[in-house]
Design a protein around this ligand. Structure first.
Ligand SMILES: N[C@H](CCC[C@H](N)C(=O)O)C(=O)O
Length: 261
């Protein structure tokens, strides 16, 4: 059997994208998903996403981490899925779709996809750090020099901390660059390494930055480019009207024999 796929990337967070409207992809095959995401023996990606029909929405996105496991929300992957849906003719410039954490709205404006994120009820403070869920769980630590940091080592130490054993967490390191700009590097669970960008992580960091006095909209520099996060406080320690804005592009399309991977 041959699997047709598309490769997309959003600020360097890359995905194998499959049009699964006919339900032909064997998604329960964890080993297959993992091997498609392998950078040496497969296509290579941080995750795999299925675009599927849904009776109540324009489409549904189903996201798997590179380890083959069904994941939670993926902000960059969602922006890529919106671009993919538009290229397939499933939507025009506006989308209302379903993801792991519920309903999302999105707009396409030339190169940029503006994605509405789920409201955030609360932000937990852990010592000088923070922990919150923006569709996926994120630990956020502010540092003085994020470029000099060993994100793999330091991220892994927190990722496997006792506290997060059940399900684990993604780990973000943030540096404030100016009054309206931060620099974020993320260790992603499920990839078990640093990725060039993590959309739900960037969102989490911008929200925490506002608790430290910064105001919406916040520009976010990541290893793979630049994103923007806009939001409002809900007056009760949480946030609403959260938007993640940034580019999402198709890189190539292809087909691969399922028995190869
Ligand atoms: N890269 C994704 C996040 C994936 C989260 C996933 N690694 C997990 O929580 O297991 C993003 O752009 O939001």
């Amino acid at each position: 059997m041959a699997i047709s796929f598309y490769k997309y990337q959003g600020t360097g967070n890359d995905f194998v994208m499959v049009d699964n409207r006919k339900h032909t992809f064997p998604a329960e095959d964890e080993a297959l998903v993992k091997s498609l995401c392998d950078r040496r023996t497969g296509v290579g990606a941080d995750g795999l996403i299925l675009l599927q029909d849904h009776p109540d929405y324009d489409f549904e996105m189903v996201y798997y981490n590179a380890d083959g496991r069904l994941g939670s929300m993926c902000g960059n992957g969602a922006r890529c899925t919106v671009r993919f849906a538009r290229q397939l003719g499933v939507i025009e410039d506006v989308a209302c779709f379903l993801a792991a954490d519920g309903e999302h709205q999105a707009n396409v404006e030339r190169d940029l996809i503006q994605l509405k994120m789920t409201d955030v009820k609360d932000v937990e403070q852990i010592g000088e750090d923070y922990y919150l869920n923006t569709g996926s769980p994120h630990y956020v630590r502010f540092v003085d020099d994020v470029e000099a940091l060993d994100v793999y080592e330091e991220g892994q130490a927190i990722r496997y901390n006792e506290r997060f054993k059940e399900g684990g967490t993604n780990v973000n390191f943030v540096q404030r660059l100016s009054d309206n700009e931060i620099f974020v590097r993320t260790y992603e669970r499920g990839v078990e390494d640093e990725t060039l960008s993590c959309g739900t992580g960037v969102t989490a960091c911008a929200l925490v930055a506002s608790l430290k006095g910064m105001q919406s909209p916040i520009k976010v520099k990541v290893m793979g480019g630049e994103l923007q996060v806009a939001f409002e406080s809900n007056g009760e320690g949480g946030f609403k009207y959260i938007y993640l804005i940034g580019p999402a592009k198709q890189v190539f399309s292809g087909s691969i024999a399922a028995q190869i991977v």
